[in-house]
Structure formats: structure tokens, C-alpha cells
Design a protein around this ligand. Structure first.
Ligand code: GUN
Length: 299
């Protein structure tokens, strides 16, 4: 089998940010203010610091306002809840994102449940999950929505295709399955207890791997010509020339790219989509919260 096409998530994300920037400019004209995204970071987790910095930079680059709230790791939970309530009632704030993970003394579900679902641009609130499940307008978690955008860009209509999602997390696997179902795919959710996983994956026209196990999906698991989306971000053990360990996905890229029709690389595939979709969700939230029309297919 010939080599798969490489799905360029970095380029797609750049295009999406460009479309967000256009909508952000017209929003500012119409509303008389910039769309605003509030990001809350508790503590000093280094990975979270990097995410939050990148989110802030890209929000500003798209012509929206970034409001960052940094709280010390020992902040009482009640103070964080009070901040979220304040952001809920602030009309300049269209989207609220509380960076996860939170320190151990905080209840993440309780904090997320405090966010106004109409500002839940992360799509983590149970109301957002419920809206997705029953087909109401709401916000969808950024990573799975980004995966769906890449799939539709590649395949067009997904109706009738067999899709296998490997992983059942609340933030990727389950919403991914809901999105694919909404697109009329026949959806299987596979997980650590699935019997004969390679056989299940071989049935799929679309594979989304989101398990967090380095290079687990092998070439002989994949139907020739299938489209493979790799959500994984894993580090291999350090070596001389890669002292931090090579960054790899959940898919054995060298093998799968010999068999698949198209595959996302790691890095440069799904990764860049997450923040771009967050900005997309924020500009959609801004229009809805300001009562401004935004066509269903505007972005
Ligand atoms: N931590 C890592 N990724 C994310 C994300 O997309 N949203 C939030 N809130 N926290 C994260």
C-alpha cells in the first residue's frame, strides 16, 4: 500500500484562526466591544503555564480580549468558586476556561458545574455534554470538535461510515463518539476492556485514537485506506539525541502511514486544533451572548 496523506492540523488551525479573526472584527463593530475569554489558572503546573500562555497569545492575535486570572496553589476552593461566579456575571466575559488539572484539594466537577453553560467554551459542563447528546445548541469540547473538523475537511459527508473511537474519556472519547453519531456514522467506542481490539479497529473507515498509550495502534490494525486521527501525546523514554523523550501519539505512525488513506501526525496534527477551536467556541459564545446572528455554518 502506498503512503498515506498526512493531515496538516497546523495549517488547518491557522486557517480556522483566520476565520475567527474575521468574525472577531465584525463582532467588535456590531457589539462595540471585543469578545472576551477569561482563563483561570490555579497553581504553577508547568504544562498548564505553557497552555495558558499560548491561549492568551492566540486570543489576542485573533482580535479578542484575554483576561487571565492566576491564583496560588493553596487558594481555598470557595475563592475559586467566587471568581467563577464573578466571571459568570461579567458582561465583558464571553467564555470561561478553568485550566485543568486543579490542585488536589479542589473538586473539579464542582468548579466546572459553577461555570455558566452559555460561557462554557471548553464544553466540560454536564449541561454541555447533555446538549450535545440530545442535539441541542451548546459548546462541544475543543479537541473532539477539532478532530471532527479535520475529518469533514478530508472526507466531506461522513454518513454511513464505520467509526471506531478508542478511549472513553469525558473530554475526548465520549464527545467524539457523539459528534460522529450526529454525522450519521456507525460508531463503536472501544476501551481497555474491549475484546480483540485490533479486529474491532480493522472494521473502521475512521479511527480516532485517544487512549494515552504510545504507538499502540499498529499498521495491521488498520483497514487499507482508512482515515486515522491520533489524539495521543506521549513521551517515549529519553535517549541521547532526545533527552526529553520523543513525542509520539497513540498511533504507530511509521506503520500506519503505510496502510491508511490519511493520518494525522504528532506533533502537528490534532494538537494545534485544540486552541483554535477554543477561539472558535469563544467567538460563537460572544455572538450568542450578545444576541447577534451567526449563521449555523459561519464557522
Ligand atoms: N488542560 C489540558 N487541556 C485542557 C483543556 O483543553 N481545557 C482545560 N480546561 N484544561 C486543560
Amino acid at each position: 500500500m502506498s503512503n498515506a496523506d498526512i493531515i496538516d492540523g497546523k495549517a488547518f488551525a491557522e486557517g480556522l484562526r483566520g476565520r475567527v479573526a474575521e468574525l472577531a472584527a465584525s463582532f467588535e463593530q456590531a457589539a462595540g466591544r471585543k469578545a472576551g475569554l477569561a482563563v483561570v489558572l490555579v497553581g504553577e503546573d508547568p504544562a498548564s503555564e505553557i497552555y495558558v500562555r499560548n491561549k492568551g497569545k492566540q486570543t489576542i492575535a485573533c482580535g479578542m480580549e484575554s483576561m487571565e486570572h492566576r491564583l496560588p496553589a493553596d487558594t481555598p476552593e470557595t475563592d475559586l468558586l467566587a471568581l467563577v461566579e464573578q466571571l459568570n456575571s461579567d458582561p465583558a466575559v464571553d467564555g470561561i476556561l478553568v485550566q485543568l488539572p486543579l490542585p488536589d484539594h479542589m473538586d473539579e466537577q464542582k468548579v466546572i458545574a459553577t461555570i455558566n453553560p452559555d460561557k462554557d467554551v471548553d464544553g466540560f459542563h454536564v449541561i454541555s455534554a447533555g446538549r450535545l447528546a440530545v442535539g441541542q445548541k451548546g459548546f462541544v469540547a475543543c479537541t473532539p470538535l477539532g478532530c471532527l473538523m479535520l475529518l469533514k475537511d478530508r472526507l466531506g459527508d461522513l454518513s454511513g461510515l464505520d467509526a471506531v473511537v478508542i478511549g472513553r474519556s469525558n473530554i475526548v472519547g465520549k464527545p467524539m463518539a457523539q459528534l460522529l453519531l450526529r454525522e450519521n456514522c456507525t460508531v463503536t467506542i472501544a476501551h481497555s476492556r474491549t475484546k480483540d481490539l485490533p479486529e474491532v479497529v480493522r472494521r473502521a473507515d475512521i479511527v480516532v485514537a485517544a487512549v494515552g498509550r504510545a504507538e499502540m495502534v499498529k499498521g495491521d490494525w488498520v483497514k487499507p485506506g482508512a482515515t486515522v486521527i491520533d489524539v495521543g501525546m506521549n513521551r517515549l523514554p529519553p535517549t541521547e539525541d532526545k533527552p526529553k523523550g520523543k513525542l509520539v501519539g497513540d498511533v504507530d505512525f511509521a506503520e500506519v502511514s503505510q496502510v491508511a488513506g490519511a493520518v494525522t501526525p504528532v506533533p502537528g496534527g490534532v494538537g494545534p486544533m485544540t486552541i483554535a477551536v477554543l477561539l472558535r467556541n469563544t467567538i460563537v459564545a460572544a455572538h450568542r451572548n450578545a444576541g447577534l446572528e451567526l449563521a449555523e455554518d459561519a464557522i
